[in-house]
Write a protein that binds this ligand. Structure first.
Ligand SMILES: *[C@@H]1O[C@H](CO)[C@@H](O)[C@H](O)[C@H]1NC(C)=O
Ligand SMILES: *[C@@H]1O[C@H](CO)[C@@H](O)[C@H](O)[C@H]1NC(C)=O
Ligand SMILES: *[C@@H]1O[C@H](CO)[C@@H](O)[C@H](O)[C@H]1NC(C)=O
Ligand SMILES: *[C@@H]1O[C@H](CO)[C@@H](O)[C@H](O)[C@H]1NC(C)=O
Ligand SMILES: *[C@@H]1O[C@H](CO)[C@@H](O)[C@H](O)[C@H]1NC(C)=O
Ligand SMILES: *[C@@H]1O[C@H](CO)[C@@H](O)[C@H](O)[C@H]1NC(C)=O
Ligand SMILES: *[C@@H]1O[C@H](CO)[C@@H](O)[C@H](O)[C@H]1NC(C)=O
Length: 426
């Protein structure tokens, strides 16, 4: 399982580097919320839910935009709507003002419920991708008793149709605005000026997330998980735990953390960051810090998965990452034999979370089904019927169809993601 050296330092692979691998769908720059639903049953069912919620949330209407494309431009500063073929490009904050899309979810201020599962959106975008929403939906499905709290820097989410559908069926989900500067200023990292610190970083989005997850769990306790995951089973009921990255547990990865409020390991991570924020290394402020802190806590450099040191459990690597990061692309492999093997291993391990390492795989949208499949009766609400072999084979596609059916039902042919990590929350 252990492929390359741990400690990578990279950004999302260049699209051109993916060409010629023979299994990668061409990048869809026009990401779709335009579900290709020609099957009327599903449309009617969904419209009923949407109408219900449009009435419930009087502030916005999702209706008119139902069939429009949406995409975020390369520079991520503007939102482009394809309304009846006319491409309209506007600043996100103007979208509502111009009345072009009266469709936004105004986020309520933060609260910190007990036993919360936190997901952090630190790319600075006022939108969540279908891939990200799949994490949210799957976490909610398998953990109905935990509040799922998605924290967003923006005050509102644009084009929230899908987010709202998820909420309607999973009342444990909350999308909330959080002032990330304020969070840090109330933590052990209060000496750091978040803006100034992140300005120096090569990985603004990721480093913000690293700092904030430690601060939030230390202040409030709870569970943190990354947004590039698919949750497949209920989370374990333990008080403190960290996911391991390599199969021998030498390194931890921080993509999944459970901690009680005020845990010393988190404080140690923050103190360590405070004294030497790492501007250059992708892993420098997250995985490296939690690994260092746990080595101290366990009094050993060899952290062993599936053991507990002190009061912190080290999850077996299969449970919360499933694969070594260097094999992230295998989860997107469409080739049937490879995909079958991957899925079999995933099920055999009874993995809790499939973590597909978005930093490695963000160039790839996931083909869920063929156009032809979407036309078929039933409207593509499940995971059957990909016998034609033209899509939906990859492990990510199969798991998404099972564990986030609202998102995959809505997304049509593609489960799309953002092709880069965004401008960050500066
Ligand atoms: C970013 O988007 C704006 C609005 O469409 C455009 O005017 C500008 O040229 C774009 N910048 C880059 C670097 O592409
Ligand atoms: C915009 O949508 C129309 C259909 O409504 C489609 O024909 C056209 O190709 C789309 N434009 C782009 C750039 O995708
Ligand atoms: C952080 O620094 C920026 C300028 O770089 C400044 O505008 C801001 O007020 C500072 N924040 C705090 C809390 O000092
Ligand atoms: C979780 O564990 C705690 C203490 O071990 C126990 O009191 C609680 O009932 C458990 N919750 C569930 C849902 O099993
Ligand atoms: C664990 O893996 C790392 C990295 O592959 C290696 O350097 C180390 O020796 C391994 N440790 C054990 C105990 O196998
Ligand atoms: C973890 O340890 C338990 C016993 O404590 C064992 O039953 C289980 O198979 C182990 N899991 C893994 C993935 O090694
Ligand atoms: C798989 O894991 C879940 C929770 O993590 C557990 O409830 C279930 O019993 C496990 N199934 C098997 C076959 O081990």
């Amino acid at each position: 399982m252990i492929g390359k050296k741990w400690g990578w330092d990279r950004t999302c692979p260049d699209e051109t580097s993916l060409l010629g691998k023979g299994r990668r769908p061409e990048r869809m720059m026009l990401t779709e919320y335009k579900a290709k639903w020609k099957s009327s049953g599903l449309i009617i069912a969904t419209l009923a839910v949407v109408i219900f919620f449009s009435n419930y949330y009087k502030n916005w209407k999702v209706f008119g935009t139902f069939r429009s494309f949406i995409r975020v431009d390369n520079n991520k500063t503007n939102v482009v709507f394809n309304l009846s073929g006319a491409m309209i490009s506007i600043e996100p904050q103007d979208v509502a003002l111009h009345g072009i899309v009266n469709s936004k979810l105004v986020l309520e201020p933060m609260e910190f419920p007990e036993k919360a599962i936190y997901l952090l959106e630190t790319s600075g975008r006022p939108l969540l991708s279908a891939k990200q929403l799949c994490s949210v939906e799957s976490a909610a499905r398998h953990n109905p008793e935990n509040p799922i709290v998605v924290l967003v820097a923006a005050q509102q989410l644009f084009y929230p149709t899908l987010a709202t559908l998820i909420r309607s069926l999973h009342p444990n989900v909350r999308f909330r605005h959080l002032d990330f500067h304020e969070v840090l200023s109330n933590s052990a990292l209060s000496d750091l000026n978040l803006t100034d610190t992140l300005k120096r970083s090569r990985f603004i989005t990721e480093h913000a997330s690293d700092l904030l997850r430690f601060a939030i769990l230390h202040q409030h306790g709870g569970i943190y998980m990354d947004l590039d995951t698919i949750v497949m089973t209920r989370f374990p009921n333990i008080s403190n735990g960290v996911s391991t990255a390599a199969s021998n547990g030498t390194y931890l990865n921080g993509a999944f953390l459970i901690f009680q409020k005020g845990h010393p390991v988190l404080l140690d991570c923050m103190n360590d960051i405070k004294s030497s924020f790492d501007t250059l290394n992708f892993n420098g402020n997250g995985p490296q810090r939690i690994t260092d802190a746990m080595r101290k806590w366990c009094h050993t450099p060899d952290l062993e998965p599936n053991t507990t040191c002190g009061d912190v459990f080290l999850f077996p690597s299969d449970q919360f990452s499933f694969v070594d990061w260097s094999l992230a692309d295998a989860a997107f492999d469409e080739f049937p034999e490879n995909a079958d093997e991957y899925v079999a291993a995933l099920l055999a391990a009874n993995a809790t979370v499939l973590h597909y390492y978005n930093d490695r795989s963000c160039s790839w949208d996931v083909r869920l089904r063929c156009d032809a499949d979407a036309d078929g009766g039933g409207g593509g609400d499940g995971d059957g019927g990909d016998g034609g072999g033209c899509g939906g084979n990859s492990a990510v596609a199969r798991m998404a169809k099972i564990h986030c059916p609202i998102v995959t039902g809505f997304s049509g042919e593609w489960l799309w993601g953002f092709p880069d990590s965004g401008p960050g929350i500066l």
